[in-house]
Write a protein of this length. Sequence first.
Length: 360
Amino acid sequence: MSIYVAWSYPAEAGRDVTVLDNRFSTMTEVRRVQWPAYEDPQWSDPMRFQQGIAGGLELFFWGWLPFQRFVHEATGYPVPVYQRVDQAGFHTPLDERVLADTDTLFVWGLDHMITGQEATPAEIEALREFLTREGTCLALGPHHDVGASDDLAVRDVEYHHHGDALVPRRQRFGRYTRSLMAGLGVPVENRYGLRPAVTDVGRNAPLTIARDLDTRGWLEGVSHFNFHMHLPHYAVTTPTSSAAPRPRNPTYSDATAPTWPSASFTSGSRCSGATSGTTPPARRTRNCWPRRSWGAGAAARRSRSARSTTTPASAPTPRAATPSSTSGTTPRASPPPAAATSAGPTLGTRRWPESRGCTA
């Protein structure tokens, strides 16, 4: 398994902090909103941790490591993290340097649209070729698209719906993953940032799952998502050609919290946002799975069968990560994670399940 983060780190870290929209939070803003969770010198001392947008971005790498460690423990092989453009400005497109040593690829759409990340025809063709290999799986995860409207009142409605003070009134993600889906003929678009409904015990309301569409059993034993304040709705759009595969009904949906009556993305006090869908078989059995969250039980099942591959000599070095209990666009560690005990993942010989071809 490999993770590909579709952002340009310099473009995101270099955003003007005096501009309110379409940027990540600075570490100072995170500390203020999450006070006192990040007041330990490990996070608050500018001599030890960056206090600008770059510091906020680094929290992502801390947040991803628990998942990387879980997969490493389940499969015996580390999970590299690639960035489309890394801190040093090195550009890593989706080509054989990433794909040759990968069976399952997660593409995380955390690129602000304003930074202009878009898949090239060569990358789309490389992914098509990747999906012809036996046992490969592509999972695309464009994040939320908050504040698309030019109406400031509508943006304010969306902001108060999800309730995350670290998300600006306009934060539009996912141009790269949108371009991948368009190129692969998957008519799905990420919209809004929907706050899940919670039960009176502080847990997400149960998922509504179309069990008959879960032909692979990925949701066996899964009943809830982990709580996240702004889940994207994956809207099925009209295909541009009759040959394009059209997703069927969502495999599952997440109940959405009550919101203001004027909100364009809800109807009444409770609605459902589609967070996954399936496509009919095409050439080989493939599923459209546009969601980053998945059950730990499913990951464990995938570790039972495996095949090994060796890293090509030309493969770039992936970004090392450090541990945390936070994830998503809003870092939420309370208390903050302990100091790193590992140097992070490196690229090497890995294995992953056979006979599970899929796309998202």
